[in-house]
Ligand binder design. Structure first.
Ligand code: ATP
Ligand code: MG
Length: 376
């Protein structure tokens, strides 16, 4: 079954079944891109009302480590990928015995653990913010020599700024650790950021890579608020960022689409974190690039040639639509859609809880800054 859809070039071609762990909006766009190209899709996701499950050909409503569900994925899919870094590496390893898993369980194991990820970045010579691992009471005591202010982050399962507590000084560290449940953490120096950048890139099995233009990101309360592209970088900034991120993907032997989040501090570019999947800051590619990051994910995991990542407009901005916007009922979309340059995306989530990413709005017009103010 799986072999029948692999042609002699090793490409997985339509109408092969593609599997994905996770049913959020990133999975939804993967499914839609795959469907557009004529593939079939199976989503493994425990939430019966998930954004991706609703549009997939097959939705396995089961836990990510459910043996029977994993067996079905392995038996019916030509390749399996993921839309979130917390897909259990053990489940991916189990699948990998029967079906190509891209990215690999090893790459996921690194990117789902901040301690492993930072160690990896240091080992390959990439600059990151000063940090120490906090695993034991001794680590808390020893951190008295660390430079504060700092932020304590759980090593695993953090997202959208969750699982983080600020520590103005060493005196607050123990209480901060207590608040996070005394799980393994990283204590990171809190830096004065000039700006935040990210690069989404794709890498294939044979090591071919393609980067999207660098985007500049603004966060509010730890959650991405606005992203615009291309970031206005001096000199060879775009090419330098692409080179750095390609190097990281190569060292990670990454296959699929990944994102690299960066901090600009003074003259330095420090890597904040890696996301082993398409990224919120790459949503602009849906409306503004020749190939969206999700079509690119399909291409990368299926072994197809990567698509052209060129930006089709001079500037594009994306604003996230959080559940807070629904406080007084359905937002007035007619206002947002009044501009012909505005593109509305809603993910079909039933409950608009505060802080929950419900959708986004992209504006493709003029300069990145012009698009940003229009989007706001
Ligand atoms: P996301 O899922 O949105 O990527 P996350 O929960 O994985 O977020 P981080 O990316 O580590 O967490 O942090 C979220 C945001 O908090 C960063 O984008 C940045 O704005 C701010 N932040 C994190 N670490 C630092 C730091 N060391 N110094 C200054 N600001 C920071
Ligand atoms: Mg982040």
């Amino acid at each position: 079954m799986n072999d029948a859809v692999r042609n002699d070039t090793g490409m997985i071609t339509p109408p092969a079944m593609l599997g994905i762990l996770g049913g959020g909006q990133l999975g939804r766009y993967f499914v839609m891109a795959a469907r557009t190209m004529g593939y079939r899709t199976t989503v493994l996701e425990p939430d019966p009302h998930s954004p991706a499950g609703k549009v997939a050909h097959v939705h396995l409503v089961a836990a990510y480590d459910d043996t029977a569900a994993l067996e079905q994925l392995a038996a019916t899919c030509a390749v399996v990928t993921t839309e979130f870094e917390n897909a259990p590496a053990a489940a991916m390893a189990q699948l990998a015995a029967h079906v190509p898993v891209r990215p690999s369980a090893d790459a996921l194991a690194i990117t789902q653990d901040r301690i492993a990820e930072k160690q990896f970045l240091v080992d390959i010579g990439v600059s990151i913010a000063p940090y120490v691992a906090i695993i034991t009471d001794d680590d808390v005591r020893a951190a008295s020599t660390f430079t504060f202010p700092a932020v304590l982050k759980t090593a695993r399962l953090g997202y959208d700024g969750k699982g983080q507590v600020r520590c103005p000084s060493h005196a607050e560290l123990d209480a901060a650790w207590e608040q996070l449940g005394r799980v393994p953490c990283v204590l990171e120096q809190r830096l004065a950021l000039q700006r935040e950048l990210s690069v989404v890139l794709a890498r294939t099995v044979d090591g071919t890579t393609a980067c999207y233009p660098v985007s500049q990101n603004q966060h509010v309360h730890g959650v991405l608020d606005v992203s615009y592209a291309p970031a206005n970088l001096p000199g060879s900034g775009q090419a330098d960022a692409a080179e750095l991120c390609t190097y990281i993907a190569d060292e990670l032997q990454f296959v699929g689409v990944m994102a690299v989040e960066m901090f600009v501090v003074g003259r330095d570019v420090l890597v904040n974190e890696l996301a082993p999947r398409p990224h919120n800051s790459g949503h602009y590619t849906l409306d503004a690039c020749l190939t969206s990051q999700f079509e690119q994910q399909v291409r990368a995991v299926c072994g197809l040639p990567l698509g052209d990542t060129r930006l089709l407009v001079p500037g594009v901005a994306m604003v996230n639509l959080l559940g807070d916007l629904w406080a007084n009922g359905e937002p007035k979309w007619e206002r947002a859609l009044a501009s012909p340059a505005a593109h509305l995306h809603l993910y079909g989530k039933p409950e608009p809880r505060p802080g929950r990413k419900m959708g986004h709005l992209t504006v493709t017009t003029g300069t990145p800054m012009g698009a940003t103010s229009l989007a706001r």
